[in-house]
Write a protein that binds this ligand. Structure first.
Ligand code: PGA
Length: 256
């Protein structure tokens, strides 16, 4: 099933607005839950409240990050063991964490393995910077991130593994990637995943596009043969806009 993830990032700043937002998308998301796996990914403090709204709806919940150890002296961190009863999914290696928090490929690999071992699904983010894109080295950069990030994964993890291809220059910029570029990179990712965990298992790994996705451009991505959904940031903060993205996605995959 395609996956449509709403990454709220560090928004909204109060719980009432968070609950209003999730209530605003719930009807449409629940109505299409048999065709699209919708995952709402709020900041940590709103996870519990949002989980109560989503209860029994078929709409899933995710966290934006986790640590690689399950407990211990790691001030400020949240472990997969703490999340597993609350969430079904966790984002790992988002480019904003790589950029502002110095998250490395090695850390991404450790977090991915820890989250999978706690039965969470992992949305692992990869993507090149504008400089790489301009220099024509996107393939090398993305390949290296995928290889490093999956270093501790096996074929058994495939059904709970999602790789989001998010060119960093496309995130929050309004400059969404050309579908042809997205397609070629997703094809490369699928091939590398196959080399790492076997081609059969790699077919179960879902590959998403992310970066300035909105209702008016989502169709061109979800129509791509290798694309299993999208990761939406800014546009997921507007209930109407996100609901429209859910509808387009369900419509396209309903016809596949
Ligand atoms: P954006 O963010 O949709 O605002 O570009 C996507 C993301 O960072 O996941």
């Amino acid at each position: 099933m395609p996956l449509l993830a709403a990454n709220w990032k560090m928004n909204p700043t109060n719980e009432d607005d968070a609950l209003d937002l999730v209530r605003g998308v719930l009807g449409v998301a629940r109505g299409h839950a048999d065709r699209v796996e919708v995952v709402i990914i709020p900041p940590f403090p709103w996870l519990l409240g949002v989980s109560e709204v989503l209860d029994q709806s078929g709409v899933k919940l995710g966290a934006q990050d986790c640590f690689w150890e399950m407990s211990g002296p790691f001030t400020g961190e949240v472990s997969p063991a703490m999340l597993k009863d609350l969430c079904q999914w966790v984002i790992v290696g988002h480019s904003e964490r790589r950029l502002y928090l110095g998250e490395t490929d090695e850390m991404v690999a450790k977090k991915t393995a820890a989250a999978l071992s706690s039965e969470l699904g992992v949305i692992m983010c990869v993507g090149e910077l504008a400089d790489h894109y301009d220099a024509g080295t996107s393939d090398e950069v993305v390949s290296a991130q995928v290889k490093a990030g999956l270093a501790r994964c096996s074929a058994d993890d495939s059904a709970r593994l999602v790789i989001a291809y998010e060119p960093v220059w496309a995130i929050g910029s309004g400059r969404n990637a050309d579908p042809e570029h997205a397609y070629k990179t997703m094809r490369l990712i699928r091939r590398i995943v196959g080399e790492m965990i076997g081609a059969g298992a790699a077919r179960k790994v879902r590959i998403l596009y992310g970066g300035s996705v909105k209702a008016s451009n989502v169709q061109q991505y979800v129509e791509l043969p290798l694309c299993d959904g999208v990761l939406v940031g800014g546009a997921s903060l507007d209930a109407e806009e996100f609901a429209a993205i859910v509808k387009v996605t369900a419509e396209v995959y309903g016809h596949r």
